[in-house]
Structure formats: structure tokens, C-alpha cells
Ligand binder design. Structure first.
Ligand code: ASP
Length: 350
């Protein structure tokens, strides 16, 4: 009897010791294709966000030998339905985990359609030195050769890796690691769905090994936007430029006295005569207009001498922010200032 008790006591101690040594990762699940459920495993049709994180973890039991994993369901939506309310909930929970030191790293499972936007928003609103790793999948969890379990397994290891400390908010997808500011979705269907056209990936995870070959550009020592006093964000919309575009969308937004507008321009943030006339008229309004570009790489530079002169047109150049990222930074910048020059400074520094 005594030997049995002693054996049991020893086994419990060993289990506690082993767990105590394992890094802890908290997963914040939001839905997406990674949680998608389809009727036929041999067809692509599915509904996003149907499978809870606890069930997704069942597919990767071996992770529990390496990492102490805990899942929380924050939302269950396709990421085309992500809202600013869900963003604020994620940011609040991340800051709470970091402040209370509840985990060594955080993973967010999320649809790929807007994953880059959530990543960038969180990189600006959670001053976390602990890694926050977003991941998802291009094939639903019920389909043949789904990429979800592998991406989830890898993302947990990236979040648990000591070398990921200080990398801020990153994306782990298809064995590549990207920083939040530069990553964008580059393919509508491929499992290799992301890239950072201006900088490339910052690292790789292969066969359980995490290696970084670049520092993320977006995690400099900048004060992050403190949302503890903010419950709603200024409203910013995007209008696109193309051959012979009319100014109807831009004027409609200006007539609503919207807080900010991003122009997804052509080339180096260029727009046509009709849009130029609408921007001229906007000068009398309080709406801040940012010039970005639909071009997938390169910067939208500050215009000084030509017809797009940012000072004369009272516009802000988006620099290395694509339209969807420029919108996020403008929303947050407007919580600090409505001054064009100060907002241009923010775009230069974030
Ligand atoms: N197809 C998307 C995904 O890969 C759907 C979504 O973004 O929720 O997750």
C-alpha cells in the first residue's frame, strides 16, 4: 500500500515538474477557414468558423508534450465578418494576458481574408514583447490534406519559442513567419497565401525549428496606441482609383463629414482630375485624406513638386502602408490628432 502511494506521489511530482518546464501558450480563437466545416472532404465548399478551438487542438495531440496550451473562443466568424468590436476585445485580452503574465506567448486563429488587418491593428495597440502569432488555413479542417493542423502546430511552437520574444505581432503560415506591418494576402486559393512584397518573411519554422533571418520593421520602440480609454474608433473608409473613376464615392463620403478617407491610388498614389477636384473641395472640411496605392509593392512617397503636392492638396502620403493598413493607422492616428502634418509624421514613424 505504502509503495503504491509513494509511486503515485512520485508520478504526480514528475508530471508537475514536466508541466512547470513547458512554455505556456494561450490561443484566442476567432473562427475562419481553419475552423471551417464542409459536407464533403473531397470538395472545397465549407462554412467558416464552425469548429471550436478545443476540437481543433484534438488534431495535434503531440503539441501537448512540448507546450502547455489553453484555448479561448473569442469569436466564431469568417474573417470577412471581423469587426472593430472583435479587434478591441482581442487587444484587451492580449494586454490582460501580458500584464498578468498568464502565458509566454499568444496564438490567434483567424480567417485569412482579413488576417493582415487584425495583425497590424494589434501590432499598434498591444505593446507586447511577448509574441502574438496569428495563423489560419486555406483549406477547411474537414477536407483532405487540410493545412490547418500544421499551421496551428507551427504557430504554437513559434509563440513558445524564446527567440520569438520581442518580435511583437507576427503571422505564421505555411512554414513562413511574417511581420504584421508588411504581410499581405497574395493569393485567393493557394496554401501559400501570404507574402511581404517589400521585405519578404522574417523567419521560418520547419520540422519544429524556429529560425529568424530578419528583424520585424514594425516593432520599433514606439508608444503603442493605448485603447484603455477608447471604446470606439474614428470612421475611415477607402475609395479606389482606376481609369476614368468618378468622384461620386469620394463626394458621398465627404458629404457625410467622415473622419478620414484613404485613396487606393494608381501608381505612386495618383488620382484623376475628377478626384482632384473633390479633394480640392475637401480642404474646407475636417476630413483627413491619405494617398495610398493599389500597387502591391513599393512606397507611396510624399509628393512635393508635382500636381499631387501633399501640402497644397492637404493630403497625407501613406509611405509603406497599403490602403487597408493605411486605414488602420489613420483610424488610430485620429485618436491623437487631426493635424495633417502630425499625421504625416505618424505615417513616417509607424
Ligand atoms: N477563406 C478565408 C480563410 O481562409 C475565410 C476567412 O477569412 O474567414 O479563413
Amino acid at each position: 500500500m505504502k509503495n503504491a502511494f509513494f509511486l503515485l506521489f512520485t508520478l504526480c511530482l514528475l508530471h508537475l515538474k514536466a508541466n512547470a518546464q513547458k512554455p505556456k501558450v494561450i490561443i484566442l480563437a476567432t473562427g475562419g477557414t481553419i475552423a471551417g466545416k464542409g459536407a464533403n472532404p473531397d470538395r472545397a465548399a465549407y462554412e467558416a468558423g464552425k469548429i471550436p478551438i478545443q476540437d481543433l487542438l484534438v488534431a495535434i495531440p503531440s503539441i501537448n508534450k512540448l507546450v502547455d496550451v489553453q484555448g479561448e473562443q473569442i469569436a466564431s466568424v469568417g474573417s470577412y465578418k471581423i469587426t472593430i468590436e472583435i479587434w478591441l476585445k482581442l487587444a484587451k485580452r492580449i494586454n490582460e494576458i501580458v500584464t498578468k503574465n498568464e502565458a509566454d506567448g499568444i496564438v490567434i486563429t483567424h480567417g485569412t481574408d482579413t488576417q493582415e488587418e487584425t495583425a497590424y491593428f494589434l501590432s499598434l495597440t498591444t505593446g507586447s514583447a511577448k509574441p502574438v502569432v496569428l495563423t489560419g488555413s486555406m483549406r477547411p479542417s474537414t477536407t483532405i490534406s487540410t493545412d490547418g493542423p500544421k499551421n496551428l502546430y507551427d504557430a504554437i511552437l513559434v509563440a513558445a519559442a524564446p527567440q520569438s520574444q520581442g518580435k511583437g505581432v507576427i503571422l505564421s503560415f505555411n512554414e513562413r513567419i511574417y511581420d504584421a506591418k508588411n504581410v499581405t494576402k497574395i493569393n485567393t486559393l493557394d496554401v501559400n497565401a501570404f507574402d511581404s512584397p517589400n521585405t519578404g518573411p522574417i523567419g521560418k519554422i520547419h520540422d519544429g525549428q524556429v529560425n529568424y533571418h530578419n528583424q520585424p520593421i514594425s516593432t520599433g520602440p514606439k508608444p503603442f496606441f493605448d485603447l484603455s480609454t477608447i471604446s470606439t474608433l474614428p470612421r475611415v473608409e477607402i475609395v479606389s482609383m482606376y481609369v476614368d473613376a468618378s468622384a461620386v464615392p469620394l463626394n458621398a463620403l465627404l458629404n457625410e463629414n467622415i473622419d478620414g478617407i484613404v485613396i487606393g491610388g494608381v501608381g505612386n498614389g495618383h488620382y484623376n482630375q475628377a478626384v482632384q477636384e473633390a479633394i480640392q473641395k475637401a480642404k474646407s472640411k475636417k476630413t483627413i485624406i491619405v494617398r495610398s496605392s493599389r500597387v502591391v509593392s513599393g512606397n507611396t512617397t510624399i509628393a512635393t513638386e508635382d500636381e499631387f503636392n501633399d501640402v497644397k492638396m492637404n493630403t497625407v502620403a501613406a509611405l509603406d502602408h497599403n490602403p487597408q493598413k493605411a486605414r488602420i493607422l489613420l483610424m488610430l492616428a485620429l485618436t491623437r490628432t487631426k493635424d495633417r502634418e502630425k499625421i504625416q509624421e505618424i505615417f513616417l514613424n509607424y
